[in-house]
Design a protein around this ligand. Structure first.
Ligand code: SAM
Length: 245
């Protein structure tokens, strides 16, 4: 661990926290997320993540919530192995039944066969229940009390949000199809407080749906006053504060 005068650096803490947790968020992106979450200290609201899988990014956001207040709401379908089906082109999508209704994941931007076979499917051998695995990973790091998992979509999450719910950091890393990302933005940005940040995974890195959704909803939108590609695949924008009169 890197220490200065006995203090552990944030980067070292992040590396240690996510060590051994499977997922897709690289440490530079997690560092960016953590910094932005910490920069919103003092703003009202919680942190929200769309797309949690086994908790790799949620762990880092939970540590930021531990240090700055509030909680992380983690929205995911948490699909079981049997919820996945192979499409005619060999790629994969999922469909999950929750409270008697079916919700689709990866319908438009499907999961390519290679990553599915190499990274997704083998996880079920070790962790048949992804939501249980998510909780176990948070629990093992003493961070579970800073997290509220929501098994569903942004639509079901928004439908259950309490009056007055506010968000100071939003991380979008769920279904990467254009309509899904636009839906995430349209349903969740209304809760984002002025000065709060929205972060996108897999921006500018070959996911056309993510890039088009950012172009249509975020770029040149006067509702955001800072936009920046922060790391190879992490794009961020800040909700503008109302102009002073
Ligand atoms: C790339 S993974 C998230 C990775 C995670 N942030 C990490 O750091 O490892 C995407 C997640 O989005 C979830 N997902 C896919 N479609 C979804 C949808 N329509 N609503 C909610 N979650 C969805 C998947 O179950 C999966 O866990």
């Amino acid at each position: 661990m890197t220490t200065t005068g006995g203090a552990t650096s944030l980067m070292s803490e992040i590396e240690a926290l996510v060590d051994g947790v499977p997922g897709w968020s690289p440490v530079d992106e997690l560092f960016t997320l953590s910094l932005l979450a910490r920069a919103t200290v003092g703003l009202p609201g919680d942190l929200v993540e769309v797309g949690s899988w086994l908790g790799r990014s949620a762990i880092v956001l939970a540590a930021a919530a531990r240090d700055t207040g509030g909680r992380v709401h983690c929205i995911d379908l948490f699909p079981a192995r049997d919820d996945w089906r192979c499409n005619t082109d060999g790629s994969y999508s999922c469909s999950v039944e929750i409270d008697g209704r079916r919700y689709g994941g990866y319908q438009e931007q499907t999961v390519w066969a290679g990553p599915f076979q190499a990274q997704l499917a083998p996880r079920y051998d070790e962790t048949p229940d992804i939501l249980e695995g998510f909780h176990a990973n948070l629990h093992a790091r003493g961070l579970e009390r800073f997290v509220a998992a929501h098994r569903g979509t942004t639509a079901t999450f928004a439908a259950s949000a309490l009056p007055g719910f506010q968000v100071r950091l939003l991380f979008i890393d769920g279904d990467h199809g254009y309509r899904a990302v636009v839906d995430d933005i349209d349903r969740l940005v209304p809760y984002l407080v002025p000065g709060g940040w929205i972060c996108f995974d897999d921006a500018g890195s070959g996911y056309d749906g993510v890039d088009r959704a950012i172009a249509d909803r975020i770029l040149n939108n006067p509702g955001f006053d800072v936009t920046a590609q922060m790391t190879r695949k992490c794009f961020v924008a800040r909700r503008a504060r109302p102009a002073m009169r």
